[in-house]
Design a protein around this ligand. Structure first.
Ligand SMILES: NC(=O)c1ccc[n+]([C@@H]2O[C@H](COP(=O)([O-])OP(=O)(O)OC[C@H]3O[C@@H](n4cnc5c(N)ncnc54)[C@H](OP(=O)(O)O)[C@@H]3O)[C@@H](O)[C@H]2O)c1
Length: 344
């Protein structure tokens, strides 16, 4: 395994992050394809053996059971100080808004629930999962800053965000003396490269780490055409993310297959070797032991400039998909950046 320092933090993380969205109780929550605790533990254990120390989960994943499985596995198989755990919170619910729970309190309540799920007293990175258009940005940042002050989060991160939003948030944090985002978790892989437009430059200039999700396009960049799985059958969100561009993307997927064959490696290794040349630590999902083994072996592959160009050449700009396609402001009013209470 190789390790990297994450942006403006002291965290030293493996260059492969194990994504835990596929772990959790499949009878509850968003996904019906997730794997049970026994199988999740096997993958987490193998990841630890391979030197993976970076784990990504969320309160949203299978109603907290992903956090619970991860927490229990790490408690049994690792020392807390040797692993880097990231989890995320969702936007405020309608009920919270009606009950008068502000953004700051929402962040702290969510974190307490996540810590309980994980059985931990702190997380290493607390991530703003989905932009909350109904809550002033300053309330979210105040909550996250308070989490850091209380020692419940070492650093903060953000996901599913435009570069302008991240730049404004960190500028606000700087002005107010609040915690700044050290890492961004957006959708980026060989067949979804819109991050290169603006986010790359912001992260490079401000030393914000990139830890992208769906590194293998939810399996499209890892499976030979025709290879089936339960997830492919049942994950409607994955189909929503990728089906409309499948035809144009297949040119790139075929090039991944071709390079994998010519080098005698797995497709995963080619797709991740490309991403590892661009970002600090891609987040990879695994539902089988060999998935995390193949991901770790991607670090053995160094693509040539010609191979990188060959993989990149067919890409044409894509519309945003997934969370970024559906999360839009509900109201016509301008978003509120600074709540009245913080405007001092
Ligand atoms: N912030 C966000 O909004 C957000 C959104 C999505 C994901 N995430 C994070 O990112 C992580 C990864 O996301 P993801 O699951 O969409 O992406 P991914 O890493 O692109 O895809 C993972 C899937 O690829 C397949 N796979 C992996 N290795 C393989 C191999 N060697 N051979 C064949 N198939 C292989 C498996 O599919 P099968 O299970 O079908 O075999 C696995 O479920 C999540 O666990 C989560 O932590 C965050």
């Amino acid at each position: 395994m190789k390790y990297v320092k994450l942006g403006n933090s002291s965290l030293n993380v493996s260059r492969i992050c194990l994504g835990c969205m596929g772990f959790g109780d499949s009878s509850i929550g968003q996904h019906s394809w997730t794997i049970d605790e026994t199988h999740s533990r096997e993958i987490i254990g193998r990841a630890l053996e391979l030197g993976v120390n970076f784990f990504d989960t969320a309160i949203a994943y299978q109603l907290g059971t992903s956090e619970q499985y991860l927490g229990r596995a790490l408690r049994d198989m690792a020392h807390r100080n040797d692993v880097v755990v990231a989890t995320k919170f969702l936007p405020r619910t309608e009920q919270e808004i009606t009950a008068g729970i502000d953004g700051k309190q929402h962040v702290l309540n969510s974190l307490n629930t996540s810590l309980k799920n994980l059985g931990m007293d702190y997380v290493d990175i607390y991530i703003y999962h989905i932009w909350d258009y109904n809550t002033p940005a300053s309330e979210i940042l105040e909550g996250m800053t308070e989490a850091v002050k209380q020692g419940k989060a070492r650093y903060i991160g953000i996901a599913n965000v435009y570069a302008y939003q991240l730049a404004k948030m960190n500028a606000l944090a700087e002005k107010m003396g609040w915690a700044k985002f050290i890492a961004v978790q957006n959708h980026y892989n060989l067949i979804m490269r819109e991050e290169e437009r603006e986010m790359f430059k912001l992260c490079h200039e401000d030393n914000i780490a990139m830890t992208p999700y769906s590194a293998l396009a939810s399996g499209i960049l890892a499976k030979r055409p025709g290879e089936k799985s339960l997830r492919q059958e049942r994950d409607s969100f994955m189909h929503f993310k990728y089906d409309s561009t499948a035809q144009q993307d297949s040119v790139i997927v075929n090039r991944v297959v071709e390079l994998a064959e010519s080098r005698g490696v797995e497709m995963t290794q080619i797709a991740l070797a490309w991403l590892l040349a661009k970002v600090e630590s891609p987040i990879v999902g695994a539902t089988k032991i060999h998935h995390i083994e193949d991901a770790a072996r991607a670090l053995d592959v160094m693509l040539t400039r010609e191979e990188i160009n060959y993989l990149e050449e067919p890409y044409v700009p894509h519309n945003l998909s997934g969370v970024m396609a559906v999360n839009k402001p509900a109201m016509k009013e301008k978003p509120v950046w600074v709540a009245a209470a913080s405007n001092r």
